[in-house]
Design a binder for this molecule. Structure first.
Ligand code: ADP
Ligand code: ZN
Ligand code: ZN
Length: 816
């Protein structure tokens, strides 16, 4: 009997799998979960994944599998189950899911680029076969070759096994995105100056130098106290412990008692010797933990609604501990790994080397190692959305931290999955439990608690009896009338910032727009400077003195005269983080200002440095985009200012109210997290907007019930399910025609569930004209499943028409 294998190919192909025949000598070894080398299309080679093996001869001639790449399975049946569900639910193909799920070293094609491992030197004791040696030599000369080049060098039909063996031996890498260079991280530290460092007995004399300066004495005492138990003392620790400002330490340095120096600390530390003892749980945390355990007996998913600073992390930690003790694995999902270095180091301090962190920026070696360690049962895995694809061995708990965060949703390319929702399905596959945690639950998750699908546990109090921040809204219309404005700041905000800095405390200013000004326009004819590829105005960036498109990176010099009417009166309108940074310096000339946005934090290293500088108090005021709203825990932030609150609530999208409420509540939560009540100042033209009022009153219930009512009334999630279709083409008419056809066909079968096509607010991006179709499905699994199938059929049908072949159509299930 001939044998066949169903193989998933790493391509966006319409069929789920493709059938290949298994040659006799491989029959014993080809089985689900291993990769094989196959030829597909003209002469392209791929590492395909075996899904099933069978003996049903298809009615066409099948190609043979060329070779076997793995001795042991690299993908488990549970993973395949997730892939299958995801492809089906999110209207993508299994190949696309495979591309998203597998790390680079498991995705080989003819085009894959190979590079030599810089650490490899052949004087070592790695034995290379002849073929392997030839490839290594070629790489030494050419630095980078494709697998196809390698095949030509060896003049062989089968090449993947040689490549795989070289990968396994660590001789070469698969080249992925360029990796960041390692840069040591530095902190300001404090130590005794000489001669006291060598001879502490002299210190009592040293103290005489302080005379009666209490603040200096306090700082000294705090330093000595810290130094007793630590290898080194950070400057920020002394400042926090003694509650003094920088200048006190400077005086001590002048008097020759202390020395401030820069110290390198490792970025990826080995925490074996530096483990934290867990603090005792508060009554609120204990209660939450008991409730969660109780609910987990009968439900699989719990939403933990705990206000900012309520101490949710410690609850997660306890649950993870219990999971590990019972021999299970825990997955801790975070929205954006780069912004959460604090959480990562907290967990590493608690779980030491039991934790691994998985994200797209880790280097090749770490990724291979991590993938293997997950399969070997690593107890705690922490990562952004793609970590749901790890090969878990015994997954028992998933924590989704900041479950409301839209970045859990993958936008492009397909599969357009939501990692939070996929996590719930993943947990189901393994018989694991899921805990969703946030201070600002998503409308979907909240509704699930109302429907009793998810359990609900609340933590309404902040840790340590801290008060919630005091929120004030300032009416910009009034302030302008009363001339109580200083540039873009209200006098009230400026005064608050001055007082904050005088007390040695820090502040955050939030504006959800980067660059200097979003609009440069002609004063005479009002023509704005737009992108040539997109339907948006170019943003002025002062640092690079250029006009830039935030959608396609198109960039031009700043026009001095209006291209439309020739006038020389060009004016900037509106403001972004760059301008805030610039202007605030005028009013607070001595303040140290830092900026956190996509431009300043383009790499993880830069981002970490900014956050460290803020923590170390090298920055007094941190200006930033929504990056500053996420999960940062700084204990010295007294004031948070929000500059453009109106634009958040006015955004034309059914989710804008939800997003605005979440962002503003989250950024407000950065204020006054430790010693005392913080203050939040929201500047708005229309502070009476219901969402701003709800934020102002910290009225989550009010917000949620109003939002749910509106969603119900206008047929939006969570009462209806949305599937969005986007039709793109370089020609405006073709895009419109294609969208018209598609909408018409869909309407014939799905009736008035189909809305559109309509031109989105930004109607052209990167040279493509866009048309949107939105389909609203009532909540019924069968209606949704049929509807999605119909949509895919019609998309295929449209694309098979000669004039629409180049039309790009993306399907987005549950858009966020
Ligand atoms: P959330 O994530 O709910 O906003 P965190 O978990 O960050 O809150 O906790 C807020 C602060 O309170 C943190 O600085 C944390 O170290 C501290 N904290 C929380 N629980 C405890 C505890 N049981 N003992 C000591 N400190 C705690
Ligand atoms: Zn553009
Ligand atoms: Zn003009």
């Amino acid at each position: 009997m001939p044998h066949f294998a169903e193989i998933i190919l790493p391509l966006a192909l319409p069929k789920r799998t493709y059938t290949f025949s298994i040659p006799g000598d491989l029959v014993a070894d080809v089985r689900p979960g291993v990769r094989v080398e196959v030829q597909f299309g003209k002469a392209k080679l791929y590492a395909g994944l075996v899904e099933t093996v069978h003996q049903n001869q298809p009615d066409y001639k099948t190609k043979n599998i060329i070779s076997l790449l793995d001795e042991v399975e690299v993908v488990s049946p549970q993973q395949l189950k997730l892939w299958d569900w995801m492809a089906d639910y999110y209207c993508s193909t299994l190949g696309e899911v495979m591309l998203a799920a597998l790390p680079g070293h498991l995705k080989l094609t003819s085009e894959t680029s190979l590079v030599l491992n810089p650490l490899f030197d052949d004087a070592g004791d790695i034995h290379l076969e002849n073929d392997e040696y030839l490839i290594a030599e070629a790489l030494r000369i050419q630095k980078e070759i494709s697998i196809e080049d390698a095949r030509k060098i060896l003049e062989k039909k089968s090449i993947f096994p040689v490549v795989q063996s070289l990968l396994n031996k660590g001789v070469l890498f698969v080249r992925e995105e360029l990796q960041e260079k390692y840069k040591p991280k530095k902190v300001s530290a404090v130590r005794l100056a000489e001669p006291y460092r060598s001879n502490e007995t002299l210190l009592s004399e040293g103290f005489n130098l302080l005379e009666k300066n209490e603040r200096q004495a306090e700082a000294m005492m705090a330093f000595l106290q810290l130094a007793r138990n630590q290898a080194f003392v950070k400057k920020s620790e002394v400042l926090a412990a003694a509650k003094v400002s920088d200048s006190v330490l400077k005086s001590l340095e002048k008097k020759g008692l202390l020395e401030i120096y820069e110290r390198e600390v490792s970025r990826i530390s080995d925490y074996k010797n530096d483990l934290d003892v867990s603090p005792e749980l508060t009554a609120q945390q204990q209660k939450a933990l008991l409730e969660i355990r109780q609910i987990f007996l009968e439900k699989d998913t719990v939403l933990l609604h705990g206000v900012t600073g309520s101490g949710k992390t410690q609850v997660y930690v306890e649950l993870i501990r219990e999971t590990i003790a019972a021999g299970g694995q825990a997955l801790y999902l975070l929205p954006e790994i780069a912004l959460t270095t604090q959480i990562i180091s907290r967990l590493q301090k608690i779980f030491g080397n039991d934790v691994s962190v998985y994200h797209s920026k880790i280097n090749y070696d770490e990724r291979v190692e991590l993938w293997q360690s997950a399969a070997a049962g690593k107890p705690v895995l922490l990562g952004a959305r793609s970590s749901i694809f790890l090969p878990f061995q015994n997954l028992k708990l998933i924590i989704v931290d900041e479950e409301h965060d839209p970045s859990f949703k993958q936008f492009d390319p397909a599969p357009r999955y939501n990692a939070r929702d996929s996590a719930v399905f993943l947990a189901n596959i393994y018989g694991a439990k899921t805990l969703l945690g946030t201070a600002t639950p998503s409308v979907e998750s909240w509704q699930n608690t109302l429907l009793k699908k998810y359990g609900l546990v609340s933590m309404p109090e902040r840790f340590g009896g801290l008060q919630m921040p005091e929120i004030q809204t300032v009416n910009l219309t009034d302030a302008h009338k009363k001339r109580a404005m200083q540039s873009i700041f209200t006098t009230q905000l400026i005064e608050e910032l001055q007082a904050t800095l005088a007390r040695g405390e820090q502040a955050i200013l939030f504006q959800n727009r980067r660059g200097y000004s979003p609009i440069l326009e002609c004063e005479i004819c009002s023509q704005s400077t737009n992108c040539k590829n997109c339907d948006v105005s170019l943003t002025y960036h002062k640092q690079s003195d250029s006009m830039r498109c935030h959608y396609c990176n198109y960039r031009i010099e700043v026009p001095k005269i209006c291209p439309a009417c020739g006038s020389g009166k060009m004016v900037l309108r509106g403001f972004g983080t760059e301008k805030i940074e610039d202007e605030i310096k005028i009013f607070l000339p001595t303040a140290k200002i830092g900026r956190l946005d996509f431009d300043t934090a383009s790499t993880k290293t830069k981002l970490t440095d900014i956050l460290n500088d803020f923590e170390e108090r090298k920055i007094d005021i941190l200006v930033g985009t929504q990056m500053v709203t996420k999960g940062l825990d700084f204990d010295n932030v007294a004031v948070v200012g929000v500059l453009g609150a109106d634009s958040l609530v006015k955004f034309p999208d059914f989710r804008s109210g939800e997003r605005a409420f979440q962002m503003l509540t989250q950024v407000a939560g950065r204020a006054g997290r430790k010693q005392k009540q913080g203050k939040v100042i929201i500047q708005a033209w229309n502070p009476s907007h219901p969402v701003l009022q709800e934020v102002f009153r910290a009225d989550f219930q009010g917000f949620m019930s109003r939002e749910l009512n509106e969603r119900k009334l206008f047929h939006y999630p969570p009462f209806y399910r949305l599937v969005g279709l986007q039709v793109k083409h370089k020609n405006e008419n073709t895009a419109k025609q294609a969208a018209d056809f598609l909408a018409k066909w869909l309407r014939e079968r799905l009736g008035n569930r189909v809305l559109g096509p309509s031109q989105p607010g930004i109607s052209r991006v990167r040279g493509y004209f866009l048309q949107d179709i939105l389909v609203k499905f009532e909540k019924s699994a069968s209606v949704l499943a049929n509807g999605k199938r119909l949509i895919l059929q019609h998309v295929e049908h449209l694309k098979s028409q000669a004039n629409f072949r180049q039309v790009v159509i993306s399907v987005d299930v549950d858009p966020v």
